[in-house]
Design a protein around this ligand. Structure first.
Ligand code: ASP
Length: 322
């Protein structure tokens, strides 16, 4: 399905993986749906007002970073040293302008740190003290490290460290290991943008950087093809250049968004053990949300009637007026 050229589209994810029905009580599922819808509303308000796709994806990701249920900003998972190292990226489909940060802890909204790199430096990807300086100069709000943590994330870290110490097999669901948030949008002028933000993997080695801030892996936007935000084991999205592979299949192979996105998840990632998914939109307003695992927190809003759609497992979708 494609949309009229002026019709805005917004799609988001809140992480993919095995999301056990057993631990996902109805109350918890409701909380995830509410979080997805609140973030969709925040971003769609920008688009409905005639705003840019870039601003809409930032607003959407900020809402998810504020929500401790999702692994980004507040609620980010811990490294094996019990610290937080967050990655975030933003890309504008109009001109492929892009900004990203890797391994940071401080700015309340890591996606604003990515935006500061894009808008205030000649660089694309920054980390370390230099990135912090850019954020401070931009006047971003900073929080103490403790503010980003939650009891649930700490418990997940302790369980994982104990498992490693005992040598037992890893039986955690994917949802306990990682997660990410991301959004893609097409605005009423037909421009595309993508934003992704993550705490990475629970108990990751300090210094590890995932696919989120690697353009062409976990984040990508070009008006000529599509905007993409991915979630899953980041190393495999980097090794397959997953987001850019979708762009290339559309650009040079003439594949549709749905075809390209589904094949990358199923034929490129799956054979090397990659579980995950992505959200995507193209210049015509087509939407794809493929994933090869049990679930992906996700939602979208599109079309003149602007119905909010949200889902966790393959079915059911919940619908609600915007
Ligand atoms: N892609 C993220 C990373 O590897 C994690 C995730 O999406 O679950 O850092």
């Amino acid at each position: 399905m494609s949309e009229a050229p002026t019709s805005p589209v917004l799609v988001l994810h809140g992480g993919a993986g095995t999301i056990p029905h057993a631990t996902l009580t109805p109350a918890r599922a409701d909380a995830y749906h509410a979080g997805i819808r609140a973030a969709l509303r925040a971003g769609y308000a920008v688009l409905a007002d005639g705003g840019a796709a870039l601003d809409a994806v930032v607003a959407t990701v900020m809402a998810l970073e504020d929500n401790p249920l999702f692994n980004a900003g507040r609620g980010a998972v811990y490294t094996s040293d019990a610290t937080h190292e967050m990655d975030a990226a933003l890309m504008d489909g109009r001109d492929r302008r892009a900004g990203a940060v890797a391994g940071i802890c401080g700015p309340k909204h890591p996606i604003l740190a990515a935006r500061a790199v894009m808008e205030r430096t000649p660089h694309v990807l920054m980390g370390g003290e230099g990135a912090m300086r850019v954020c401070r100069d931009a006047g971003l709000e900073f929080m103490d490290p403790a503010w980003f943590g939650t009891e649930a994330r700490l418990a997940a870290l302790k369980t994982e460290l104990a498992r490693r110490a005992s040598g037992a097999a890893d039986t955690r669901s994917d949802a306990d290991k990682h997660g990410t948030v991301g959004a893609v949008a097409r605005d009423c002028r037909g421009h595309l943008a993508a934003a992704t933000s993550t705490g990475g993997l629970t108990a990751k080695t300090p210094g590890r950087i995932g696919d989120t801030p690697v353009f062409g892996a976990g984040t990508w936007a070009d008006d000529a093809t599509c905007a993409i935000s991915a979630t899953g084991q980041g190393e495999l999205f980097i090794r397959t250049a997953a987001a850019h592979e979708i762009d290339a299949r559309m650009r040079w192979g003439g594949q549709s968004l749905e075809h390209a996105a589904t094949e990358v998840i199923e034929k490129l990632l799956a054979p090397i053990g990659g579980d995950g998914g992505l959200v995507a939109v193209d210049a015509q307003g087509n939407v794809a949300l493929p994933f090869n695992c049990a679930g992906m927190y996700r939602g979208y809003v599109r079309g003149a009637d602007a119905i909010l759609m949200s889902a966790i497992h393959r079915e059911p979708w919940r619908t609600e007026a915007a």
